[in-house]
Design a protein around this ligand. Structure first.
Ligand code: SF4
Length: 106
């Protein structure tokens, strides 16, 4: 009888914690802008900081949020014409409201 109660209590706790995790996943869900990852992939990923940001991901975030002055701030990327590639990407992937961030290429 004690084994049955142990199994029932553990099963009940498992279900309870599972429900708690499912609810927490819904409540604390953070929507991520996939453009940040896409632009990070376009950048050289040297993470040198020459653009003035903490790394390529931070620079990509600034571009997407419209906080970067230009998409030509990546020194290693200049030689690879990454700014034009980023500009084209942003033109084809506008913000949720349909606007395109007015970021300069040069
Ligand atoms: S300059 Fe370019 S390679 Fe260096 S951290 Fe900035 S985006 Fe990355």
């Amino acid at each position: 009888m004690i084994i049955l109660w142990s199994v029932l209590i553990l099963a009940g706790l498992g279900i309870l914690f599972g429900l708690g995790l499912a609810i927490a996943e819904k409540v604390f869900y953070v929507k991520e802008d996939t453009r940040v990852e896409d632009i990070t992939k376009i950048l050289p990923n040297a993470n040198c900081g020459a653009c003035g940001f903490a790394g390529c991901h931070a620079y990509a975030e600034a571009i997407v949020n419209g906080e970067a002055e230009s998409c030509n701030m990546c020194k290693p990327g200049m030689k690879m014409n990454k700014a034009e590639e980023i500009r084209k990407y942003l033109d084809s992937h506008p913000n949720d409201d349909g606007t395109i961030n007015p970021i300069k290429v040069k």
